[in-house]
Design a protein around this ligand. Structure first.
Ligand code: IVH
Length: 698
């Protein structure tokens, strides 16, 4: 712990000293937070703790530009709920789109060629490497020194696992890197446990009567995310480096060169990585690695293909959470055979009735499976699945296990087809099946307890409001007692502290934690807020798109209400033109906002919260910020998608139709009615070259 008697006066600190001290304080305060909140074993008095925080706050006030992502001042509540500090990634940690077939791979290459407008003669080099089934990590180095490690988390914010990673061997995570190293360097990769180390660990655990892990990935995650870092230190964890986040200056010209530099700096990169230049090449490598897979000492679940040239990666950019320049080609799922004991029907948040196969538990790909989804009535009929059947199930990655087929030879002679219920098994309301839909839905809406409870559970879940300490069972109990009927009621639990502390299984400490979580979570980013409402079709990436488009909760709410009332409004037009948003999303949003009780519940909730606006990227220097532009005709220097992406990154809105509100119409050869309409309305018409000149800002 710092020696408070020998502190340097803040005015005498150099920025370098200040930075060092802030880092040390952040780590130290985090350690005491864990000792206090998680382990119930404080090592210092409250006033000593306050002194540490006070010193950290004072240094931050004097050097605001040194405020760290893991600063204690930014971490209110986080430690209470998770035990680890939060780290906001300097660059988001993205996920990857999937390919399952040769056709998907060919489509991927074609779409890149189209986007970049490459002709057939131009080579498109693809860096291919195994997709490691572990957990991704980002390692930050400043001036060659390891300063921070964070998990992926939700891609924007992860957990600070610096202390855990410090226990890694230098051959896996070098603590100091030398040579020509960028001042800021974030190396990203996958932490994993060897299959042999996993088997040995489980054997040891079993001997000690401790928990065994389902698979090497869980073992790696469980070993890394240990509040007691001495446990991490005992486990053999390894790292393959394959990507990077923030980097000062240029890292390399190609992905392959970047990996070379990683190797020189002492990181391990995957030895099976290769450069391919055609679908044929890629499929040969996929087959080769697929065959070698079982013999590797680590789990892989596919191959990742990345455009090798980094300038092309830059141009290709991202669609919501995944890069356009990379894709994961998955290996087929693992299968197993077992008995289907019973088919039950589950009611989801949106009322969907999902049949579930209850199975004799069986291990598939290292995980014990007792239930599998049967999706819907059509699927049951297609499979002709019946209770008592022997079935083949499969599990791929994180997806819910599925029933793939029935072993007809083993069907009991007395079996009968399954009859799908005509009423909701929870509330008895009629089940309805809309035209064009596969799912039966409970028509009960708010009278259906299952729907309400599932919506509330979704609301507090990890990717939504993330209110730890408020599990499914609590929600059910609070709901049934009438304490929590709507999302806003969850925040009103603050008024029931005494009653909660007295409840069975709660006590003062759990009630305190819940209060702290409610307070911490009452400030929330707009996208999480939208996602948490649990509106049909609005997943996390759609919620992010909506948040970016509307910017604030108020604007979103008002526009949605207008859209729900006025047919043919421009709001709807603009909405359906957003990337990946279409009529289905617009329809459900309109339907949601058309219900007065929904708007009432929403307003009630908004009143309880501070909803953070989306920080608009700094496009103040951009000549087209805030302008609405329409592209029409054939563009010659870039594809339509690239033009759209680049305009949006400069703060412009790209619309599909011309109106009075359009600022520019960029017309290439073959432009027709839109160019004409622009002329009629007096909207500025630009050629592609003029547009490029405009955005170049000269
Ligand atoms: S590249 C911008 N390369 O897969 C994309 N990811 O589904 C950066 N993963 O979260 C990722 N092996 O945890 C990349 N060789 C590899 C990988 C890999 C495993 C994981 C990674 C990521 C996830 C995406």
């Amino acid at each position: 712990m710092s020696d408070t008697t020998s502190l340097v006066a803040i005015k005498d600190l150099t920025p370098f000293d200040a930075d060092d001290e802030l880092r040390a304080l952040a780590a130290e305060i985090a350690r005491h937070d864990v000792a206090y909140h998680q382990n119930d074993a404080p090592e210092i008095t409250d006033s000593e703790y306050d002194a540490l925080r006070g010193r950290s706050d004072a240094i931050e006030a004097a050097f605001p530009y040194l405020v760290r992502d893991d600063s204690p001042s930014k971490r209110v509540g986080a430690v209470v709920s998770g035990g680890f500090g939060k780290v906001t990634h300097a660059r988001p940690m993205l996920s990857l789109g999937n390919a399952f077939s040769e056709q998907d791979v060919a489509d991927f290459l074609d779409s890149i060629r189209r986007f970049l407008r490459l002709d057939e003669t131009e080579e498109l080099a693809i860096a291919a490497e195994p997709k490691i089934d572990g957990l991704s990590i980002t390692l930050r180095y400043e001036n060659g020194k390891f300063v921070q490690a964070a998990t992926r988390g939700d891609g924007t914010t992860g957990e600070n696992v610096t202390k855990n990673v410090l226990t890694f061997d230098d051959t896996q995570v070098p603590k100091v890197i030398a040579g020509d190293v960028p001042a800021v360097l974030e190396v990203r990769g996958e932490i994993f446990m060897n299959k042999s180390d996993f088997a040995a660990l489980n054997a040891r655990q079993e001997e000690r009567g401790a928990k065994v892990f389902a698979n090497p990935r869980n073992a790696a995650a469980g070993s890394l995310r240990q509040l007691d870092t001495s446990v991490t230190a005992e486990r053999s964890l390894q790292l393959f480096a394959y990507a990077w986040g923030e980097v000062d200056g240029d890292l390399a010209g190609t992905h392959t060169e970047a990996l070379e530099r990683f190797k020189q700096w002492g990181f391990v990169t995957n030895p099976l990585a290769r450069v391919c230049s055609s679908v044929k090449d890629i499929m040969a490598l996929y087959a080769e690695i697929g065959e070698a897979r079982a013999g590797l000492d680590y789990d892989i679940d596919g191959i990742v293909y990345k455009v090798n040239r980094l300038d092309w990666q830059q141009r290709l950019g991202f669609v919501s959470r995944a890069p356009r320049w990379a894709i994961a080609h998955k290996f087929p799922a693992e299968k197993a055979q077992t008995t289907l004991r019973e088919i039950t029907v589950q009611v989801g948040r949106t009322g969907s009735l999902t049949p579930v196969a209850n199975l004799d538990p069986i291990t598939v790909g290292g995980v014990v499976v007792g239930r599998a989804t049967l999706h819907n009535q059509d699927e049951i009929e297609r499979l002709d699945a019946r209770e008592g059947d022997t079935v083949i199930i499969q599990r791929a990655g994180d997806v819910i296990p599925q029933v793939v087929s029935v072993v007809m030879d083993k069907r009991p002679t007395d079996s009968t087809p399954f009859e799908f219920p005509k009423t909701c098994p929870e509330c008895g309301s009629h089940a309805v099946r809309e035209k064009g839909e596969v799912a039966w839905r409970c028509s009960g809406g708010l009278v259906c307890r299952a729907q309400v409870v599932e919506t509330l559970k979704h609301f507090v879940s990890r990717d939504a409001f993330d209110i730890e300490g408020l599990g499914g069972k609590h929600i059910e109990a609070f709901h049934d007692e009438g304490l929590v009927k709507t999302p806003a009621d969850i925040f009103r639990l603050k008024d029931h502290y005494d009653a909660i502390a007295k409840r069975e299984g709660w006590g003062k400490k759990s009630a305190d934690n819940l209060m702290a979580a409610l307070i911490a979570r009452s400030t929330i980013p707009l996208d999480k807020f939208i996602y948490a409402l649990g509106i049909r079709h609005i997943g996390q990436s759609t919620a992010k798109l909506l948040a970016r488009h509307y910017g604030s909760a108020q604007v979103w709410r008002d526009d949605m209400i207008e859209m729900s009332r006025i047919i043919g409004t421009e709001i709807r037009q603009n909405l359906v033109e957003l990337d990946t948003i279409g009529d289905a999303v617009a329809d459900t949003l309109a339907a949601f906002f058309r219900e007065a009780h929904n708007v009432e519940a929403l307003d009630d909730l908004i009143a309880q919260l501070t909803i953070e606006d989306v920080a608009v990227p700094d496009t103040s220097a951009s000549p087209v910020a805030g302008k609405t532009v329409v592209f029409t005709g054939t563009l010659e220097q870039m594809s339509r998608s690239e033009a759209k992406a680049s305009a949006e990154s400069l703060g412009a809105k790209v619309a599909g139709s011309v109106s009075k509100k359009t600022d520019y119409v960029v017309a290439g050869p073959g432009a027709g009615s839109k160019a004409k309409k622009a002329e009629e309305l007096g909207v500025t018409l630009l050629s592609e070259a003029e547009w490029l000149e405009l955005i170049a800002g000269d």
